[in-house]
Design a protein around this ligand. Structure first.
Ligand SMILES: [Fe+2]
Length: 202
């Protein structure tokens, strides 16, 4: 490989989509519709391309005869999760309630400092993080992530129980009060997950 080590400026491409192999095409399409409001732009027997914004697709799903079930997915290399972001705390927490009413609940919830995040598993066991930015400003959260000792010392964050957040909001606590409380372990679940590995999905 020839390498030019001079510091040449680059125009960086933006991330556009993620593509998954699946054995459960219809189930996956339905799940991403429910969870993230994604709709198919093209949907056939063999594949589907889904989006929930102006892009022609954000998630693609391929159902090929050679595809087989993943082995030891939670501990295999590769993608851990994709992530979706809400613009504010209230929309994010309302979405938790909406999905809970559909019987879809996160397998782990973490206050990372930069974001508060709930992690779901899709029908194939791929992680899907749904977050909001605690700073409400990417520049500010990026600066904090880069510079804060608090993040360096605990980059994973604190576990929280989303039902305790719903209760706190009903009691009139603000987003910042709830975020601070979560960072201090006030909403920790009874039985926090042991690690951040994906659950085994059958
Ligand atoms: Fe993430």
């Amino acid at each position: 490989m020839t390498t030019d080590r001079r510091d040449t400026p680059i125009i960086a491409p933006k991330m556009h989509h993620a593509t998954f192999l699946t054995l459960k095409l219809d189930e996956m399409v339905a799940w991403y519709r429910t969870v993230a409001g994604m709709t198919p732009v093209h949907y056939s027997e063999a594949a589907a391309w889904l989006t929930n914004d102006e892009a022609n697709h954000r998630i693609a799903l391929i159902c090929h005869p050679a595809v087989k079930k993943a082995v030891d997915k939670p501990t295999s290399t590769g993608l851990h999760h994709t992530a979706f972001e809400y613009a504010c705390f209230d929309q994010w927490l309302d979405n938790y309630i909406r999905l809970r009413d559909h019987g879809i609940v996160p397998f782990m919830c973490l206050d990372h400092g930069i974001t508060m995040s709930m992690y779901y598993a899709d029908p194939e066991g791929n992680g899907v993080e749904i977050q909001f930015d605690c700073f409400g400003d990417w520049a500010a959260s990026k600066e904090w992530m880069w510079a804060a000792r608090e993040f360096a010392e605990n980059p994973i964050g604190e576990w929280f129980d989303p039902d305790k957040l719903v209760e706190a909001r009903e009691q009139g606590l603000s987003q910042d009060e709830i975020h601070d409380g979560a960072r201090n372990g006030k909403y920790r679940p009874e039985n926090p997950p042991k690690d951040v590995l994906l659950p085994e999905v059958y």
